[in-house]
Design a binder for this molecule. Sequence first.
Ligand SMILES: [Zn+2]
Length: 259
Amino acid sequence: MLPIFDAHMHYSRESWAAYPPEKIQALLDSLSVTSALVSSAPDEGTFRLKAVLGDRVIPMLGPYRNGADVFSWARDGTIVPYVESAYRAGQHRGFGEFHLNVGQISLPVVRNVIAFAQSRNLFLQAHADARAVAELLNYVGSDQIVLWAHAGVTATPEQIDALLAKWPKLSVELSLRDDIAPQGQLDPKWRDLLLRYSDRFMVGTDTWTVGGSYTGNERWDAYATIVNRIRGWLMQLPDDPRAAIAYKNAERFLAQLPR
Ligand SMILES: [Zn+2]
């Protein structure tokens, strides 16, 4: 089965009882999900999972202690000491997922945690629309490695193309982008974009818990369906770009990160 690298996983507090790490391990094994970028609220979740899954878990330093922080962190001064205290040198490889709205790049808390992340050579995984991610990229500059979560959720293939063309150190993960293959059929515009930048994309699931219409573990409950849907459209790509987007880009991305 085509291996999958999940570039967007969360193991937050609401999942710990219903989905103990061993159950997650069995689920990933059954779906050939080899590894994952994991950020959790609180950070402890990531290391609970890593205790069982080992190097298959690539720790991401997330700014959230709980689900509510997602909406308030950018103006919450207590987030900076939380991030600094949660940081584990030599373990965390990136900062995020963090949510960034248009205009928030100028906020002191946002700038402080980005400065902390940069001082530790962490790449940034930003949940931001096309305008907000452009603000982030303009602020951090072309040397900063950025992984754009969900390809901006709403960004069009044209908008994604323009940003990938302008920012060579920008990579994109495609969690939540069901519009790539409506009814399972790969969209021609997306297919064209994926082939033209087949070295810059990764896939992901986004196992968030409380938030939006969800009350608990709906994403973990649907994990197999989510992964099989992704594998479905990957199979509509030629061999090399398929393997690249499924797992090889993620492995190469991690290998080139500064230590
Ligand atoms: Zn997420």
